[in-house]
Design a protein around this ligand. Structure first.
Ligand code: SF4
Ligand code: SF4
Length: 398
């Protein structure tokens, strides 16, 4: 188990779920920091984090509750914990508290029995007694919910003196990664392994999962027909999105344009789908305008205004997916798609394509996993990735 180093939980700058400004900007951490300022509103001590206690409830009906609110991609990747819980606790009921936006990703997962939103009346949940409560997110809202749950065993994070705090030592490592960028950067484990360790479960390679109902499949087929996907032998989806939080989470316009150009020319019997989320509307529109000038009938445009259900269906039709580290990545892997993901400022070791695709990152920069929202570098993690090389990763499933 990871021991926590000196942490000034009572510092005015300490959040508990993200790095403080001095850590982010100067790389200092509490043990060697001159920016400490006592938060006078905190009068109680922070108790030692208790040792983790493995659960031993296998022979009886087990009530489990999971708190994982957002972001949608994070919620989806967390479903990899479900097969391990169901294997260990064969007779169990699993309740999941989340946000409305993630409902579509969870609602048909047969390993989840009940789903509630944070906006629901939850008093019956808080009056219930669970055997295992899991909160894998050190965000304040998740920790406050965890604090209201009654359970025999707790795993993950709760609130102490108003600050997110590990429930036990099994949660220390991920907590530390959340508050200290240097620890996050040094991590070599996948997210899936980490969340299993937090829950004191063996990780045996379980994957995130979305179940497509017959209705979803019919709807996907209709969407495919409307866009002429059914006329081609194969379909590669290029997701341009990456959101606005990290400047270099997504690739360059030229990169996406060149990749679509190369693939559509090299594989005339393959259709190239272009898609993005609504945060990337302008980016999508500029790239689409350039691609339309190529006048290729094997490039189709899915737009940026797809509902979650449509987005899942569109990904489900693809044979191969190219994406940034975003919701599309998590949907593609949860659907078992061959997936190529490009990564720069976020952690590439946390991602797993489960042997079906590739995690691609630049070998020409030495600053990966910086978690910087903006970056001034002219030679950077994204403009050093070449469309020629990336195009060679496709065609594997043909
Ligand atoms: S690194 Fe410094 S400023 Fe940040 S929480 Fe610790 S003591 Fe406070
Ligand atoms: S610091 Fe490096 S990894 Fe981070 S955004 Fe800039 S180029 Fe990319």
């Amino acid at each position: 188990m990871t021991e926590l180093p000196v942490i000034h939980f009572d510092c005015l700058h300490f959040y508990g779920d993200r790095p403080c400004k001095p850590n982010k900007e100067l790389g200092v951490f509490c043990g060697n920091c001159s920016y400490y300022e006592k938060d006078e509103s905190i009068t109680e001590e922070f108790p030692p984090v208790p040792a983790a206690v493995p659960h031993d409830l296998t022979d009886r009906y087990t009530k489990i509750i999971i708190v994982k609110l957002d972001a949608a991609g994070d919620v989806l990747r967390t479903t990899s914990i479900l097969p391990s819980l169901k294997e260990k606790f064969t007779d169990s009921n699993i309740t999941w508290i989340t946000k409305e936006r993630s409902y579509e990703l969870l609602k048909d997962n047969d390993m989840i029995d009940e789903i509630y939103f944070t906006t629901d009346e939850l008093s019956h949940v808080f009056n219930n007694e669970f055997d295992i409560a899991i909160n894998l997110d050190s965000g304040t809202e998740s920790c406050q919910i965890m604090n209201l749950i009654t359970s025999k065993y707790y795993y993950g994070y709760t609130i102490v003196n108003g600050k997110p705090y590990p429930v036990n030592t099994a949660a220390n490592e991920w907590y530390l990664m959340g508050v200290n960028d240097a620890v996050k950067k040094a991590n070599k484990k996948s997210y899936h392994k980490i969340i299993h360790e937090i829950c004191c479960l063996e990780y045996e390679g379980s994957e995130p999962y979305i179940y497509l109902t017959p209705e979803n499949r019919r709807h996907a087929a209709e969407l495919g027909k409307q866009h002429g996907i059914d006329k081609f032998n194969s379909y590669i989806l290029i997701n341009l999105g990456g959101g606005s939080r990290w400047q270099y989470k997504k690739w360059t316009s030229a990169g996406y344009i060149n990749l679509a150009d190369i693939l559509s020319e090299k594989y005339p019997d393959t259709v190239i789908g272009i898609i993005a989320g609504d945060e990337d509307r302008e980016f999508y529109s500029d790239i689409s305008a350039e691609l339309k000038l190529l006048k290729r009938d094997n490039i189709v445009f899915w737009g940026t205004e797809n509902s979650m259900e449509d987005f899942i269906c569109i990904v489900s039709l693809a044979n191969e997916v190219f994406t940034s580290d975003s919701l599309c990545f998590h949907i593609a892997t949860a659907l078992g798609k061959y997936t190529v993901v490009i990564v720069g400022p976020t952690s590439n070791t946390e991602l797993d394509v489960f042997g079906n695709g590739k995690v691609v990152y630049s070998e020409k920069v030495d600053c990966l996993c910086c978690y910087l929202n903006t970056c001034p570098k002219t030679i950077n993690c994204m403009n050093t990735l070449e469309a020629d090389e990336i195009s060679g990763l496709f065609g594997a499933n043909r």
